[in-house]
Design a protein around this ligand. Structure first.
Ligand SMILES: [Fe+2]
Length: 301
């Protein structure tokens, strides 16, 4: 079969050369997922899917995490609205402001982080609002060979508080009060706001990637200043322009990314612009796993 995915950059991103009908045909699902694994980000330009079509496309590729509005029957809409308009998404308009920082979705979930996310551009902002992706596989591959064992040994504490602080260095007091209230609600519902992960993720495929992002609080067992300097160095390494794809949106584009092999962020935009993205997200299937202590001990025996 001819290759229906054209690389957008040498290291990350590809454009799908298929129309809406082929995209929605379940017979093409394996080819799409293989391309996603290879390129990290797939663009289906101006296909203009409506919500029902986006749900069909997503269901062909995995199982959707319902995240949208609560319906009268108690179920949640599979489509989540990404907007800073509080009338459209009251809680989201607070949390979504964090997404201007590099991140991997679902690092605090109990289960594996989401496998993939699909976004349809519905309304755009006149300025800003581009979505950027960097390949965390390429970030690992490009580490100096002599340093890889050392990085494999590091574990990192991620926290929602760190995400919040990193994207609002001078948050207004009202913002802080609202944040604390939402965090208290989260804790009462039993969801944790911190989680430890290895720096290097060993995927079942045999590939390795770096687990970084704005949620990093500190490197475990490392003095604070050293931890901060190391994270700044690794983040700069992981977000070098040659492993970044920046998407300039056109209405109707569908962009899909491998949440386990890329980090993403949005370029800041006017909260009053009306920018609206419709998102579907697929459940993850693979936990973040690094070098287990027991494996290291076994190897030494
Ligand atoms: Fe995100």
């Amino acid at each position: 079969m001819s290759n229906r995915f054209l690389a957008l950059t040498p290291r990350i991103g590809a454009k799908a050369m298929m129309g809406k009908e082929e995209m929605l045909d379940v017979a093409n699902a394996d080819e799409i997922m293989a391309a996603l694994e290879r390129h990290g980000v797939l663009l289906f330009p101006q296909v203009g899917l409506d919500d029902a079509e986006q749900v069909t496309f997503s269901n062909n590729l995995g199982e959707i995490i319902p995240m949208g509005v609560l319906r009268p029957d108690g179920t949640q809409d599979p489509v989540y609205k990404i907007t800073l308009d509080p009338k459209e998404n009251p809680a989201g308009s607070v949390y979504l402001r964090n997404t201007i920082g590099w991140h991997i979705d679902g690092l605090f979930d109990d289960g594996p982080p989401a496998k993939a996310t699909m976004l349809t551009g519905r309304r755009l902002s006149a300025t800003g609002g581009q979505t950027e992706f960097c390949s965390t596989y390429a970030a690992y591959d490009d580490l100096a060979e002599r340093d890889k064992d050392y990085y494999e040994s590091l574990r990192i504490l991620h926290s929602l508080e760190a995400s919040y602080r990193s994207t609002r260095p001078d948050a207004a007091q009202e913002d802080d009060a609202l944040w604390r209230k939402m965090e208290a609600q989260r804790e009462r519902s039993g969801r944790r706001g911190t989680k430890e992960h290895p720096l290097v993720w060993h995927h079942e495929s045999g590939r390795k990637s770096l687990v970084l992002g704005m949620s990093i609080d500190h490197v475990i067992d490392m003095p604070e200043a050293e931890s901060r300097a190391l994270i700044a160095k690794l983040t700069a390494h992981a977000t070098r322009p040659e492993i970044v794809y920046r998407h300039e949106w056109t209405v109707g584009d569908l962009l899909m990314w491998d949440n386990c092999g890329v980090m993403h962020r949005v370029i800041p935009y006017d909260p009053n612009s009306g920018r609206m993205m419709h998102r579907t997200t697929l459940y993850g299937v693979e936990r973040i796993k690094g070098v287990e202590r027991s494996e290291a001990v076994e190897a030494a025996d």
